[in-house]
Design a protein around this ligand. Sequence first.
Ligand code: SF4
Ligand code: SF4
Length: 295
Amino acid sequence: MSTGTGSKTAGKIFTVAVASGKGGTGKTTVAISMALCAETDVQLLDCDVEEPNAHILLKPSIQGNEHVSMPVPFLDEAKCTGCGKCSGICAFNAIVFLKKPLFLPDLCHSCGLCMKVCPGKAIMEKPRHIGILEIGAKGDVGFVSGCLDIGIASSPALIRAVRKQSKNAGLEIIDCPPGTACSFVTSVKDSDFVLLVTEPTRFGLHDMTLAIKVIKQLKLPFGVLVNKSISDDDCIGKYCSSEKIPLLMRIPDDRSIAEAYSRGVDLMEVKPELKDGFLKMIDAVRAIAEEDGGK
Ligand code: SF4
Ligand code: SF4
């Protein structure tokens, strides 16, 4: 049996980002299973804001919603002298300059620099609605999910809003968006550990190595969980062994798991015997993070 220290976390927050280089690896299933196994003092943050689906499996009761906006610039034409300083300073190409600036809110990162450099104080800000937070719980598991408005490209701003809902205590599990773009970086940043969920295929290996490159740049400790595992002797196992990456758990390739998922039934309900494996993995994750923090 596990020592179960992953199930009782008090005081300082411990954040595990559950990520994958590609979609469809089962990272949401893993994130939810970890949260359900931990039983107390745990919060699940669904940062996959373009396609949040943790609520489908977890089935939390939603206690509240919050609207999230980000400030974007707009022009007071009467004050603009057409100097062009604002478009020159924007690092995100969010200002097209044709005698006067034209702001492109989809590219704007709300850095506020254009306002600061404008000599005529011709730039002001207005809020732009980008999405909604849903806040609730399933038993002892706290739950926060972000849902980006259709047509909005600024997912990092909404992910930051989800992460601001952190309880700052206990175990926090982040269901990250797939891929390795800004939304992935915003989700894993400042976490204590990144758990990479992958499949034992060449595609899985390829996308996992891309995610590892980013995580190494962020200097975060990480490990791997193989989902749909058919054998210990696979390309992921060999890669982890050659690169000395901890392979923390394998979830077997089992038709009943896939069928349960398609019906919106969580893994712990269909395979409760995996609970001890999840608890052991949480313990291992903590041990690796503590060792890494001591370096
Ligand atoms: S706020 Fe920043 S990102 Fe947005 S338009 Fe101004 S300089 Fe560009
Ligand atoms: S910096 Fe101000 S005054 Fe100059 S072009 Fe931009 S908005 Fe107009």
